[in-house]
Design a protein around this ligand. Sequence first.
Ligand code: PSU
Ligand code: MN
Length: 319
Amino acid sequence: MQNSSQPATVPTSPAVPTAPVLSPEVADALATGRPVVALESTLLAHGLPRPENRKAADQVEDAVRAGGAVPATIAVLDGVPHVGLTAEQVDRVCADPELAKLGIRDLPIAAALGRSGATTVSSTALLAERTGIGVFATGGLGGVHRHASDTFDESADLTALSRTSLVVVCAGVKSILDVPATLERLESLSVTVVGYRTTQFPGFYVADSGSSVDWSVQTPAEAARVFAARRGLAPGAVVVANPLPVDQQLDAELHDRVIADALAAADAAGARGKDVTPFILGHLHEASGGASLEVNVRLVLRNAELAGQIAAELAALPR
Ligand code: PSU
Ligand code: MN
């Protein structure tokens, strides 16, 4: 992985190749053992509005660099998974309103039919791991939706993280979800979860979700060591939950009000399946007058920088 002298070679089918194409910068960094951080594209294409998403895409990559690592934004273009995008490729991801949202189960269809799409936490984690990238930054994980006992709506992110070996830096799970139920599922799935300098589990737009976790790490080096140990023991992810500082969070009263509105609107509109999360996030950004958008971008940038620091520590560990 990060300290090997060659980029990872991944199995691929001669009938329909699925091996990711690496940008020259990412390929070089992996070949020379320099730190790399994977970034997902669904949060750009489906989580943030156009045209603000395009600026955010550059800012997130800059934040990874500020943390000390090479950014590798991941998306599928014309059937080919790309790890590390050119500016034109990022333009495509951010501009196309028809771009698909691809979880792991959608990747073979995109590959076989030559389709394009943004990758979620689940599919980004899979492609990152196959490429030999050990650290991934996002905003908030998908999880168990409220009323999931009726709808069975639980994000594929959770099961993906149970079998994918990498560090995921996030601000908890999106606060539109059932956070306690999501933490229970992460426990059942044996996903390692640590708070970053806190044992209060972050609430995405707000510092504290009201749920706690058992463990915290104090430094990027500690997070890297936890992952090194996890990798030595069993496949699966280490979630590093990085809260916003209280003075940077979304106003708590506004938060509760707009989330209740957004959930009701999603219900009324009959949003289903993978449209639920983008619908609710879009509604929130409008209903909060852009306040939730600003906070969403801010937390992603903080996660990207911390991920860069963790990747740098990981690259410095002996393999
Ligand atoms: N983080 C954000 N915004 C987002 C997401 C994460 O700040 O839009 C995306 C991720 O791609 C995650 C997806 O995988 O939301 C979850 O979608 P679903 O609930 O349909 O699994
Ligand atoms: Mn879902």
